[in-house]
Design a protein around this ligand. Sequence first.
Ligand code: HEC
Ligand code: HEC
Ligand code: HEC
Ligand code: HEC
Ligand code: HEC
Ligand code: HEC
Length: 499
Amino acid sequence: MKLPNTYYNYISYLGSIIALIAWITLIFFVVQIYFFGVNNVYFDLFTFVVTPGFLVLGHLLIPIGMYRTRRKLKRGIEVSGDKILMLNLRDSKTRNAILIFSVVSIFFIISTVIGSFKAFQYTESVEFCGKLCHKVMNPEYVAYQNSPHAKVKCAECHVGEGADFYVKSKMSGLRQVFKYSLNSYVRPIVTPIENLRPARETCEKCHWPQKFYTNALRHEKYFLSDSANTHWDIILNMKIGANHQSLGLTEGIHWHINKDFQIEYKSNAKRDSIFWVKVIDKKSGKETVFTDAGQGVKPEKLNEAEMRTMDCMDCHNRPSHEFHSPSRYVNDVLASPNKYAAIPWIKSAAMEALKEPFATTESAMSGIKNKIIKFYKDQYPNLYKIYSANITNAITAITDAFSMNAFPEMKVTYSVYPRHIGHLESEGCFRCHNDRFKSPSGKVISKDCNLCHTIVAQGKVDSMNYVGVNGTLNFKHPIDIRDAWKVSNCSECHSDLYK
Ligand code: HEC
Ligand code: HEC
Ligand code: HEC
Ligand code: HEC
Ligand code: HEC
Ligand code: HEC
């Protein structure tokens, strides 16, 4: 087989060898994927990214070598290509050269493949996401370790399967590393994350959307900021689904993910304020549009707003890194078996201390401690004498809780990343369920307190009111605020209750 004279040069040989090995590897991977059904992001990566890279390199080297030889031939530097090809295998020098060349090339290619495999595997690990980029991702990393998804890798939600998203995420990762090294990233990281992989491709890999969840009891424990830290409990029966699985997703909270319906909405960029809602009944094709007369959004703004189809993330937007408010985590500390709630005024003292923003975690730790001690020394010196040991322990528990939920360096707190489930501290469900959204036929998206849950028990723990499982109590606000809780959204007070 004869090839053009110009082909016979070392660069083109090298190109041919690389290309040949790449072809063989590629065929091997493709057979694995398509005939043996191997389904693995790394396999995809090598098949569709790394190997083709070598293939392209090899195929580029061939013409480059040929071009160079052609120029040399023209200038008369080289005489004839045939001479270059003269490989005398009887000559031990030539044999050695070939041997060394082959071994080195093969070693080079194998180690590149293994090296990049390991490198990519590492960039997918929780340690890489959470620790390497320590300062930036620390809030999410810490909160994640306390979440129901603590065993789900960051990449399983943020990247998912397939080579395309893999490459996309690594590209945007490179940009982030760049910003990180220049220290020019925004704090806090802006949400909602644009181009976050849709829930259909991440959450639904593990959570089957048609899966029926029955109603579930939710027991909430609160402590008021009075001298006794009055312990007030509420038990809610959450209507996640209907009351029996035979009814499927026809009613209840997960009705929104019933495949027969599609809900679309328009909102501001942060998605914490919704302007317009449409429900499409996919079976009948009927569309119902709800508009919010009360909010009076201008038509231009409405036209500009991006339309989004509702999915899991519109409610479960903090599935894995949720930041609690001071009120919530202090309630949790007080509800713990350590009986810190026996210290008079402790809730009030804690809320007072946690009110102010801190610049660093370190200054927060000492700041919170000093403020709580000062609160007692100034206002209740007698109590401080009696409870000082217990107060010291309570302070440790409170600062620990703080460090898991607030991250001054990244400006992360619960209010920066509101959670869309519920309605106490952010509008959440009340973004739509506020009795203001009306369809042309007069249907409203309801705020009825029994639509999403019933209250089966509430009150001070030693004198609670109960009803049977099918009944419900009328909500009683823990302190008397008259009808304010009916008239305004809870978050209007609760988003910054202690400020
Ligand atoms: C169960 C799925 C899931 C897991 C696991 C997960 N995340 Fe997220 N993450 C999300 C979702 C959903 C958002 C989008 C929130 C939004 O857009 O409002 C998000 C947002 C973020 C953000 C943007 C800031 C913020 O707090 O919203 C960062 C940073 C982040 N995740 C880092 C991580 C890191 C680091 C890990 C692993 C230690 C991780 N995530 C694990 C689902 C997940
Ligand atoms: C890799 C698998 C996996 C992925 C992907 C995943 N989850 Fe989960 N999720 C789990 C497992 C496992 C549990 C159960 C944890 C337990 O019971 O302790 C769970 C629990 C939950 C719960 C119940 C939480 C609770 O308090 O008990 C919710 C809600 C949830 N996931 C939502 C989501 C959402 C939303 C997404 C997408 C952003 C998602 N999950 C992605 C595996 C996954
Ligand atoms: C984007 C707007 C939107 C958001 C956000 C929203 N919903 Fe809805 N929801 C609707 C619409 C629209 C309906 C149907 C109203 C109708 O047709 O009467 C509905 C109906 C419901 C129903 C009644 C389903 C049935 O027919 O039995 C429940 C329960 C419900 N939502 C719970 C919630 C909860 C809980 C949240 C917050 C975690 C929430 N919704 C957030 C738009 C929304
Ligand atoms: C309309 C808002 C909404 C949407 C959309 C939604 N959920 Fe939920 N989901 C809820 C609420 C509210 C609960 C009850 C949580 C609670 O008790 O605080 C819940 C509970 C759950 C639970 C826990 C069930 C249990 O018994 O503990 C899982 C798992 C879950 N959702 C997964 C999903 C997945 C996956 C999707 C998307 C396919 C999804 N949800 C879509 C609002 C929603
Ligand atoms: C659209 C659905 C929906 C409606 C309407 C609704 N709630 Fe809720 N509510 C929820 C969900 C979901 C949660 C659970 C929040 C969570 O998972 O933390 C909740 C939680 C609560 C809690 C516990 C608060 C907390 O977060 O600790 C109280 C109390 C409550 N609701 C009272 C009411 C009252 C009173 C009304 C009527 C004015 C009402 N709800 C209307 C969905 C709803
Ligand atoms: C007018 C303002 C206002 C509105 C509106 C309001 N609350 Fe409150 N809420 C308060 C105040 C003030 C307290 C007492 C806080 C304390 O003593 O520490 C409180 C306490 C609570 C507590 C105990 C919380 C804790 O952590 O100690 C719950 C639960 C609660 N409210 C639920 C609701 C719900 C649910 C709604 C909406 C249906 C609502 N509130 C609307 C002002 C309001």
